[in-house]
Design a protein around this ligand. Sequence first.
Ligand code: PMP
Length: 412
Amino acid sequence: NETPTADAMLRARARLVVPGGMWGHLNAARLPEGYPQFFAFAEGCRVRDVDGREYIDFMCSWGPIVLGHRHPEVQAAAEAQAAKGDCFNGPGEVMVELAEDLVAMLPHADWAMFQKNGGDATTSCVTIARAGTGRRKVLVARGSYHGALPWCSPSVAGVTAEDRAHLLHFEYNDVQSLRAAVEEAGKDLAAILVTAFRHDMGRDLELPTREFAAAARMACDAADAALIIDEVRAGLRLDVRGSWEALGVRPDLCAWSKAIANGYALAAVTGNDRFREAATKVFVTGSFWCGTVAMAAARATLRIARETDLARHIHAMGLRLREGLASLAKEHGIAIRQSGPPQMPLMLFEADPDVRKGKAFCSVALRHGAFFHPQHNMFLSLAHRPADIDEALQAASHGFKAVCELDARSNR
Ligand code: PMP
């Protein structure tokens, strides 16, 4: 007769009035046992659930948090703007300032426009590319996530074949398959749409090869089509100039969201002059797209990202985590694979097709205060300090112990 937790009581109430209790990828039923559905508080790299349990956070709200929860300077900027009003009959001065900041920061960009969610931005990029080229075919990598709209949702429920009629697929990082798709599109090629790196759930992460990036750029140049980079998840984390800048490849259009306002709801499309007129012609809008508070938060976030060498810090913290996990796994005699940029790491267990090991690891680490994910890339933030990583590694060592026990049981 244990009293139910606050989380359990909220879940029971939610089941009555919210379909499935929660929709989409944030439904805790998709997570390992013991993960909370509801949260009450967050600060820096720590989150607290509605039962008051605190965790070192390696999901960062699934991407939107990059400076740490409630970063004081971002909060101050947002609150100062909120004191004057958020949602007006049109944009505030801050929209122009933010567009100027992005154009100055991103070598590819001559203009910017603003929205709310990553899916708004990826959809607008595709629409602008089609408007600017007068063509239909859009090439996307098989398995890449670009949002939950009918044209790109990973689920087929409620989606018609017509919604996806003009998409063609290729394998990420596979130049041959990209070329084949380009050929298939022929004179109808509007765009190639790629994520900044391959971060599909449940498989090893992969950075783009120089060859692949160059091939995508060349194909678009040859066809006068748009190269669109989906920076929604990786944006700001690898390189504040754009994730492919170090590869020497610049996109025509770019979709941004998640981290650009450190947790405030904002998305952006940036583009070059080739697509400026098309961006002027398409009709895109949303009731909240002019909200000034998120834009003020974004200005502060971008400034801090530039001034603090954000990417370098989260790289160092991610590396510390990765090295710690590798040595703990070795100590316990457990085979793991780690992949991706250290800023957005992923750890998978070898011989774990049903993710039983990954889930056991995460459940136990969670009980010891570290919020990891068994299959999705994780996120580091500016608020993670070496001591936080080391504390999380203590929790991880309990997780590895649990995997050892699981292995021992299944070998018996
Ligand atoms: N593109 C990528 C690469 C993403 O990771 C996401 C969100 N996970 C989206 C697009 C869609 O963003 P949103 O959920 O804000 O619409």
